[in-house]
Write a protein that binds this ligand. Structure first.
Ligand code: NCD
Length: 347
């Protein structure tokens, strides 16, 4: 199935498998709907627009925020969530094919989110599904909803500084080889103009060539750097990533890259411009040998990692609303929240 066939036309009933499906107008539409979700995500208003709808949330790889924020996003629109979280708890472990699993589960759900360790698996599943499927991460390949929430965050953080995404200088730091969040994000940002991509990684964990080719073909500056201090200088956004240990051929090999690039407040103060925004798709690896993003940055106001996770709910609500065609009905019969929400300030 060529992704050309999947280009977004009007969102309704479509799968979201790759950021290749999006043009700038699609991104604008998603972000405009995401903005309108804020009162609901922040528990100021309640909507039941998806009452009766069921999300099949299928996560065959570890996940905290993607799984839970997709689930919460669906709940906040009034829908119900059914979860499957392990291959061994599903009939896939009895030899059932993705095709059969998709035929069955799409009879039980109105929409499905799926994460799976193999690249291309979610597209294979979607081809057999009778309802829309959103890729929650397929191995090292793609993670489109993460890229959307990251771009949404970048845009908001820059807007606070009266800047647009065009002209952005971004450093992507860490495991650029296996990081699917990075793979989707660079392609999405490449839709904008005049971007500088600083690619900061050990040579063995460099961004794979096909992605570099896409960025260059779109006319952007691509700067591979193998040294942290030089890599972080003069950028607007610092996007730090975890070594994707689970994707390496052996733990021994993964261990070689542990803790190689660590951003802490000292490095930030010495080498970054004072307004540099710090992002990370999370989880950050806070074990002593790793710490790619040190806890001593927690009180740095430019640390945007928890604004990213909050924004994830808005963007995922927007995707559900668009794919299930309720984006313009969310406010119908919405009401105020009756319970105490005063202790929960947004990030
Ligand atoms: C990322 C993922 O699973 O690709 N996490 C996430 O979804 N926020 C990044 C990672 O695991 O390092």
């Amino acid at each position: 199935m060529g992704l050309q066939d999947l280009r977004i036309v009007n969102f309704i009933g479509q799968h979201i498998l790759s950021v290749d499906q999006f043009g700038r107008a699609d991104i604008e539409r998603i972000f405009e709907v995401a903005d309108r979700m804020r009162p609901y995500a922040e528990r100021r208003r309640i909507t039941r627009v998806l009452e009766g709808a069921i999300l099949g949330n299928m996560f065959f790889e570890p996940s905290t925020r993607t799984r839970i924020s997709f689930g919460c996003a669906f709940n906040l629109l009034g829908g119900e969530v059914r979860e499957t979280t392990e291959i061994k708890a599903s009939s896939l472990s009895k030899g059932e094919s993705l095709y059969d699993t998709a035929r069955v589960l799409s009879g039980y759900s109105d929409i499905i989110v799926m994460r799976h360790p193999e690249a291309g698996s979610v597209a294979e599943f979607a081809a057999a599904s009778r309802v829309p499927v959103i890729n929650g991460g397929d191995g090292p390949n793609e993670h489109p909803s993460q890229a959307l929430l990251d771009l949404y965050t970048i845009r908001r953080e820059l807007a606070d500084k009266d800047r647009a995404v065009d002209g952005l200088k971004i450093a992507l730091v860490g495991d650029l080889r296996y990081g699917r969040a990075v793979h989707s994000l660079v392609k999405l940002i490449a839709l904008f103009d005049n971007i500088t991509f600083r690619l900061v990684s050990p040579p063995e964990l460099a961004l794979p060539e096909p992605y570099v080719a896409i960025l260059k073909a779109a006319g952007h500056a691509v700067e591979p750097v193998h040294q942290l201090e030089a890599g972080v200088r003069g950028v607007d956004i610092l996007y730090v990533t975890r070594t994707q240990e689970e994707r390496f051929p052996s733990q021994e090999e993964a261990d070689r890259y542990r803790g190689l690039f660590r951003i802490n407040q000292d490095i930030y103060t010495s080498f970054c411009a004072p307004s540099t925004v710090i992002m990370h798709p999370l989880p950050r690896d806070s074990r002593s040998g790793a710490r790619e993003l040190d806890d001593d940055l927690n009180s740095n106001p430019n640390l945007a990692i928890f604004r990213q996770t909050d924004n994830g709910v808005l963007v995922r609500m927007a995707l559900f609303a668009l794919l299930l065609d309720v984006a313009d009905k969310v406010d119908d019969q919405a009401r105020e929240v009756p319970w105490f929400t005063g202790g929960r300030e947004p990030e």
